[in-house]
Design a protein around this ligand. Structure first.
Ligand SMILES: [Zn+2]
Length: 113
């Protein structure tokens, strides 16, 4: 389950940030997960609860925000919504799409003390 290592990575980021910013505790985390990122939100909740024990995020509440997949269609010359990578353009059926959004996972916001 690669969500486990992703969650461990998040804890690592939080620890680095706490050194930089000088906070002691993380109360809430908002995490953006793109629809094309192959990250399963349910698994993230589960793994996060497991890895946060005995860390600065032990009491932190995780909120996951879904980011839809977006790609640039060269044929239509506009951004279109896609559900998965290598989808066709929903308007013209072209496969010449360049993903512009929805592949990333990132921490959007932190509430700390
Ligand atoms: Zn198109």
């Amino acid at each position: 389950m690669h969500e486990m290592s992703l969650c461990e990575g998040i804890i690592q980021i939080l620890e680095d940030e706490s050194d930089k910013q000088g906070f002691q505790k993380v109360k809430q985390i908002w995490l953006e997960i793109g629809a094309l990122s192959h990250v399963e939100p349910q698994a993230m909740y589960f793994c996060f609860d497991a890895v946060k024990q005995n860390t600065l995020a032990a009491d932190a509440k995780l909120t996951i925000l879904d980011i839809p997949g977006t790609a640039w269609c060269m044929n239509c010359a506009k951004n279109v919504k896609i559900k998965q990578r290598y989808d066709e353009c929903p308007h013209c059926g072209s496969v010449q799409l360049q993903v512009t959004e929805g592949e990333e996972m990132k921490i959007k916001e932190l509430e700390v003390e």
